[in-house]
Design a protein around this ligand. Structure first.
Ligand code: SR1
Ligand code: MG
Length: 428
């Protein structure tokens, strides 16, 4: 297949014929296409994902569709998101080596990326729903975020390179538009594609949509998201965009990548851990042992949240002290003048800003996963709707509190204590 042919979506039936002469794929899995086994496993909202197994190995073929898969062809979406995903993956690999799948081939015309098949990895969200405790995720994700967010910014990059990259990713307009509407606006009015667990949540939803402080805060965060082109973000860093084993963590799916505020990736990620926390009760089966397992899971998730933030801060601070080569907070103004404390004071300000904003982004992300179009499996897989609504109501209340009061919250322990208190309430 070459990039010059008109775009055509792959299928399980056509993949072997169409990619049978692709050198990169054949080198990984073998040329004997008669023995290729192809499965379509995409369970995300947007794309096709195939696992292709041959005689000498396996690979992933990911292809964008010209529309939103979740909704259908009534919602067109440009194929160029695959281009942004490819370029984001190459930058993430350079800035945080070993944190993303290896890329074997990219075909822009067919909007497809052939990449490493991660096995026996599973999606982190699924592991958390099953009640599995992964020992390394906080460290691995904290390092990934610090390295990609720091090294993709004017704290580190050559200004000319960063501005060129900013211009490149500025064209990811439609994916940003999805976030701008689905995350920051739609949840706060009765937008067409919204849904929620009804009637159980109806009155709480009405209350949130009438909450002026919350709406203003959501729009301030949208303003920040749309205008603060601070660094190259992953753009959709939730537990469904992370694959894990007990010892390995890889970030996938950065098709929403663009230059935005550092706090966005961190906030979205932590929001998904807090949602996993509030959903645990919905996955608790009868029996004392089950209760103990989910209690342990709740404690684990709060620990993961603390550790992720601690690792992020530590690595960001380390990079600040050792790799601050960009045009911001130049060493020539601080360390080179013998003013090491000045550099530390500036670091403190930068981290403080990330902290304030991440709580806002986290609160909004929680709301959109319960009130908007794109829900998450943490809650959706709770079959008992009353129980699901109880879990969701607690998460909504928590999200509202951290979004609106974020400037009065000073530590991650304070946020976790709030989550634990809300979780303890029997009814909301
Ligand atoms: C229409 S796309 C909905 C959501 O799916 C993606 O994973 C993003 O999170 C997006 O907001
Ligand atoms: Mg995705």
């Amino acid at each position: 297949m070459t990039g010059k042919l008109p775009f055509e979506a792959l299928s399980v039936e056509t993949l072997s014929t169409r990619l049978g002469t692709n050198d990169a794929l054949c080198a990984r899995i073998g040329k004997d296409t008669a023995n290729w086994k192809v499965r379509e496993v995409g369970d995300g909202n947007l794309n096709l994902v195939f696992i292709v197994e041959g005689t000498t190995g396996a690979a992933i073929v990911k292809q964008a569709l010209p529309y939103v898969r979740l909704v259908g062809d009534s919602w067109p979406l440009p194929l160029k998101r695959s281009f942004f995903e490819y370029h984001a993956l190459t930058r993430q690999e350079a800035r945080a080596p070993g944190s993303v799948p290896a890329i074997h081939h990219f075909d822009e015309g067919q909007a497809l990326i052939i990449m490493e098949y991660l096995s026996p990895h599973i999606i982190l969200r699924r592991a958390l729903i099953e009640g599995r405790q992964l020992p390394n995720i906080a460290r691995d994700i904290g390092l990934f975020m610090a390295r990609t967010l720091f090294r993709g910014s004017d704290l580190s990059m050559v200004t000319k390179d960063r501005k060129a990259d900013l211009a490149l990713f500025a064209d990811n307009v439609e994916l940003c538009d999805i976030t701008e509407n689905l995350v920051f606006s739609d949840p706060y009015f009765d937008a067409k594609m919204n849904r929620h667990t009804s009637p159980q949540l109806d009155s709480l939803v009405a209350e949130l949509r009438a909450d002026r402080d919350l709406k203003v805060e959501a729009q301030r965060l949208k303003h920040l998201f749309a205008t603060n082109a601070e660094t190259l973000l992953h753009g959709d860093l939730h537990s469904g965009s992370i694959m894990v084993t007990d010892t390995e963590t890889r970030m996938i799916d950065p098709e929403f990548a663009f230059y935005g505020p550092m706090a966005f990736d961190v906030g979205m990620l932590l929001a998904n851990f807090w949602m996993a926390f509030f959903s645990q009760r919905g996955h608790e089966q009868a029996g004392h042992e089950q209760k103990e397992k989910r209690d342990a899971m709740r404690a684990y998730l709060l620990d993961v949240i603390v550790e992720t933030w601690v690792v992020f801060r530590a690595e960001f601070s380390h990079l600040w002290r050792t790799e601050r080569t960009g045009m911001l907070y130049q060493k020539s103004l601080f360390e080179d003048q013998g003013d090491r404390l000045g550099a530390e004071q500036a670091l403190d300000h930068v981290l403080h800003q990330i902290w304030d904003d991440l709580l806002g982004f986290a609160g909004i992300e929680i709301h959109r996963r319960i009130l908007g179009l794109a829900h998450n499996a943490d809650f959706e897989t709770i079959a008992d709707e009353d129980l699901r609504a109880t879990c969701e109501a607690k998460a909504l209340k928590f999200g509202r509190h951290i979004a609106v009061n974020r400037r009065q919250i000073h530590s991650i322990d304070e946020v976790n204590n709030l989550a634990a208190r809300i979780e303890q309430e029997s009814r909301v």
